[in-house]
Write a protein that binds this ligand. Sequence first.
Ligand code: MN
Length: 238
Amino acid sequence: MTVAFISDLHLTPERPNSTILFEEFLRATEGIVEDLYILGDLFEYWIGDDAGEQLGHQRIEKALKQTTDRGTNIFFIHGNRDFLIGSDFANRTGCRILPDPTVIILGDNRVVLSHGDSLCTDDIEHQNARDQMLSSKWKVAFLDKSIEDRVHTAKQLRSHSEKSKQKKSMEIMDVTQAEVEKMIMEHQADIMIHGHTHRPGIHEFKLDSKRIKRYVLGDWYTQKSSLTYNNNTFLLKK
Ligand code: MN
């Protein structure tokens, strides 16, 4: 049986093609993929489980539910765009929410899974915004607003983040190697899988004489992108 990893689909009714690709991908998991890990930013933005329908995401929830109903386990780690996905979403879709990071065992490997934005510590502005929005005070106040107000705030946050991204160098927005190594050491992992940077690739390095591999997942703007594990072999399709 196969284990699959995806992230950064950024699903939104404004990019219907990505939703079609995702539905195709879920259908193709039948009888093949035992465990599917979604490592964050499944949605372009998520403003609360009560607003999924109004934002046009019921089609995606239905596809997830059909997939879990027929026996594929779907695990979800929050991204910076959909950190408000909660237990109602999990109940409706059958997905299980895992903390960031999470360690899983695959064959002889300890594999640490993360969305990846916490590794981008050179991007101080993102880290400050992240700390604020992950606080329960911010979440409670935000979820207490009307759906219209939340949509408005989410759009403001997005356009601010797009504007400031244009001013930042590519290095600032990539992961910081020291943070990667810290997370790997803390979890005694030999493999790391993450998304967020939209720079799919495989990075190999040595840490305390151990060979480490870091797999970066790609986005789904124009194509499917996934990492699969089967029979002790990883395959990255960007
Ligand atoms: Mn992200």
